[in-house]
Design a protein around this ligand. Structure first.
Ligand code: AHR
Length: 498
């Protein structure tokens, strides 16, 4: 295919939000234990955190990290996870049918975040606990000192408050798999009361109410409307969660997953605005896309990895990602950027081992999955403002998502730099692309990096950790204000301009 793109720095959509590059750490499988925490590992620091993983997380460029769940949070007692480690209880986690040792809790995780320069986003358990434990956690985490709970935090070794700004009011409360799931009406009322109480303690908190667990949920749309009718005045964000996978060998549809994410965002924003108009409210509710990724959910559900045994840190949800998966992840991130007008926070689910860009082996190495690359490169290059490209490109028909463009693009522009992110969804042919960048004022290509492979299903594994890495796209040239570049089939590309 051939595509022509025009970029103009005046066509601003919204600022690049650093929180778009958030991620997610859940007490699930080996995300925490033998993922980011493994005291016996040769790279472990005094506190037991793997510094090889810290280095990769820094390179990934993730910003705000959602914690501690996920489904896990709906059975969690936060008090179990603070104080002297030897006194912490071992509990059953019903969500993943595992044992939780509580050896890593809020204070340790906050210290780990400092190593990675990330912001904490905390989820509270509203499913099986009430308003008071949420307020207690808020006091423990954020109150400076001089109250019983804040002084307990100080005694536990954290003199400064964690000052957590973003809080999730539970997780996927519409899902029948969620411990303590609710109807939209029940949850909306509870979320409103919890949020109002939390804001009485601190009116500047940013609170996320649960939206649907996916656009395929039977209650999708009605859920958002009902919940927001109750909670609109008290919350700041509604969440979206979406996971994609290739179904039945239909790679063409899979590569167009970003069009579905776009539809999902549109629908949720329209629903939130509808409630806002009905309430005659001047306030806008933004989207926290706080779980998104490729996840081979169907295969995991059919496997025996979540089973009747009560194991600590079992291998669960350890997807090994392909080049095609990385192209989709890169494209989903492009969509989140394009929607930065209303998606002002997002979390790649998850960070280490569990559907993650970073993998580890207990006692062994840590390595980058294919999906690591588009995320880290976009986080590094996107800055300033997101601009709306004018794109002329052929389309193709997909079974799952209708018509989709064969070439998708988004760009960002800053004072002295710009970046263009592209995918070619064609399964067989390279795309010949021209990009008119006269409207950017850039004069040279600083980098052109592509992720592609002759085998779209190539992966990085323990045995072959560097099988797939991005490479310099030598076809890229900038002459007389126009970039010409060839994008291999099933590929993701970033061009940095100065
Ligand atoms: O990210 C894995 C799981 O997916 C989370 O625990 C849950 O919120 C979602 O269903």
């Amino acid at each position: 295919p051939r595509a022509h793109i025009e970029l103009d720095r005046r066509a601003v959509i919204a600022p690049v939000r650093r929180r778009t590059f958030g991620s997610f750490v859940e007490h699930l499988g080996r995300c925490v234990y033998t993922g980011l925490y493994e005291p016996e590992h040769p790279s472990a620091n005094d506190e037991g955190f793997r510094m090889d993983v810290v280095a990769l997380v820094r390179e990934l460029g993730s910003t705000t990290i959602r914690y501690p769940g996920g489904n896990f949070v709906s059975g969690f007692r936060w008090e179990d996870s603070v104080g002297p480690r030897e006194k912490r209880p071992v509990r059953r986690d019903l969500a993943w049918h595992s044992l939780e040792s509580n050896q890593v809790g809020l204070d340790e995780f906050a210290r780990w975040l400092k190593l990675t320069d990330s912001e904490l986003m905390l989820a509270v358990n509203v499913a099986t606990r009430g308003i008071l434990p949420a307020l207690d956690l808020l006091e423990y985490a954020n109150h400076p000192s001089g109250t019983t709970l804040s002084d307990l935090r100080v005694a536990n070794g954290t003199p400064e408050p964690h000052d957590v700004r973003m809080w999730c009011l539970g997780n996927e409360m519409d899902g029948p798999w969620q411990t303590g799931f609710m109807t939209a009406d029940d949850y909306g009322k509870l979320a409103a009361r919890t949020a109002a109480a939390m804001k009485t303690a601190d009116k500047d908190l940013e609170l996320v109410v649960c939206g649907s667990s996916g656009s395929g949920m039977p209650t999708f749309g009605d859920w958002e409307r009902t919940v927001l009718e109750h909670a609109y005045d008290h919350v700041d964000y509604v969440s979206c969660h979406a996971y994609y996978q290739e179904h039945d060998g239909d790679l063409g549809s899979f590569l167009a997953s970003a069009t579905d994410m776009d539809y999902f965002i549109d629908t949720v924003v329209a629903t939130a605005d509808h409630v806002g108009y009905k309430k005659r409210s001047a306030k806008k509710i933004n989207v926290s896309f706080d779980e998104w990724n490729v996840w081979y959910l169907k295969e995991h559900m059919a496997s025996e990895e979540v089973n009747d045994e009560w194991r600590h840190a079992p291998r669960q949800l350890e997807d090994v990602y392909t080049v095609a998966d990385a192209v989709v992840v890169g494209n989903l991130l492009m969509t989140l950027l394009k929607r930065s007008d209303r998606v002002t926070s997002a979390s790649l689910a998850q960070l280490v081992n569990v559907i993650a860009p970073i993998m580890t082996e207990p006692g062994g190495p840590a390595w980058r999955q294919t999906t690591f690359y588009p995320f880290s490169i976009t986080s590094r290059l996107a800055s300033g403002e997101v601009i709306r490209p004018v794109t002329e490109a052929p389309t193709y028909t997909t079974a799952r998502h209708g018509e989709a463009s064969l070439v998708d693009v988004v760009a960002t522009v800053d004072e002295d730099r710009a970046a263009v992110f592209l995918v070619n969804r064609d399964l067989a042919e390279a795309a010949q692309v021209t990009i008119d960048v006269r409207g950017l004022g850039s004069s040279r290509i600083a980098e052109a990096i592509t992720l592609a492979d002759s085998d779209a299903y190539a992966r990085n594994t323990l045995a072959e950790q560097h099988r797939v890495t991005p490479f310099a796209n030598k076809s890229a040239a900038l002459t007389d204000g126009t970039i010409t570049i060839e994008l291999p089939p099933v590929s993701w590309t970033a061009i940095a301009l100065r």
